[in-house]
Design a protein around this ligand. Structure first.
Ligand code: PGA
Length: 253
């Protein structure tokens, strides 16, 4: 049985005051979450606050990105070692917003994945199709390409220390959620692709759903056989909503 994971992707939102309030709110309710693993991914500058405020709690934290390079003359970038230094557990990698706005390729994403693993972080690899790709019947082709970027570069064993997040681009921040069946189909496809190389790794790897997961749809989504939790954007910015989704994770543990 895979442990459900609920991870909040705060994107470029928050401030010192908001971060303090939100983390206090999540801390206040975390005692009721018994089975699911819970993580937050604030913007880089607030990771120091997460480190301070979440010490000794069951709430893990991570980054929304990291550098594909280990160190050196890479102005503006943040390395895996630095994230580890701040106590991060996770690093989101290859989010569709970075693929789109920062022109990230599968090769760069595979390098980031390797950096994360090398420094003991757990990468959360995002994959997902646009609406146009779905409507032209290319969903499996697209998510396979995103997954294969890491599979081909680092082998199936790399997923022993990694999480996958299926995030249909058309569902992100739109309020339109994939139906449980649509999501389950893609999750099963991804797990099957890993199983073709290693059944053991396929049985282990957590595959999260992301894209307008909210308190009112989380339980049904996470209830699907191959959906092991959620990567939450908008609803992760309100402690009550985020905790409600964590409870849905608990209910499916
Ligand atoms: P959303 O974002 O929950 O606001 O749709 C999810 C994500 O982009 O990770």
């Amino acid at each position: 049985m895979r442990q459900p994971l609920i991870a909040g992707n705060w994107k470029m939102n928050s401030s010192k005051a908001d971060t303090t309030d939100l983390l206090n709110g999540i801390k206040a309710g975390i005692g009721e979450i018994r089975q699911a693993a819970v993580a937050v991914c604030p913007p880089f500058p607030y990771l120091y606050l997460a480190e301070e405020m979440l010490a000794g709690t069951a709430i893990a934290y991570g980054s929304q990105d990291l550098s594909p390079e280990p160190e050196g003359a890479f102005t503006g970038q943040v390395s895996a070692a630095m994230l580890k230094d701040f106590g991060c557990t996770y690093a989101i990698i290859g989010h569709s917003e970075r693929r789109l706005f920062n022109a990230e390729t599968d090769d760069i994403i595979a390098q980031k994945y390797a950096q994360a693993v090398k420094h003991g972080l757990t990468p959360i690899l995002c994959v997902g199709e646009t609406l146009e790709e779905r409507e032209s019947g290319k969903t499996e082709e697209v998510v396979a390409k995103h997954l294969d970027g890491v599979l081909d570069a680092h082998g199936v064993e790399a997923f022993k220390q990694g999480v996958i997040a299926y995030e249909p681009v058309w569902a992100i921040g739109t309020g339109v959620t994939a139906t449980p069946e649509q999501a389950q189909d893609v999750h099963a496809f991804l797990r099957g692709r890993i199983a073709a190389k290693s059944q053991q790794v396929a049985d282990l790897v957590q595959i999260l759903y992301g894209g307008s997961m909210k308190p009112n749809n989380a339980e049904e989504l996470i209830g699907q056989t191959d959906i092991d939790g959620g990567l939450i954007g908008g609803a992760a910015l309100k402690a009550a909503d985020f905790l409600a989704i964590c409870k849905a994770g608990d209910a499916n543990a």
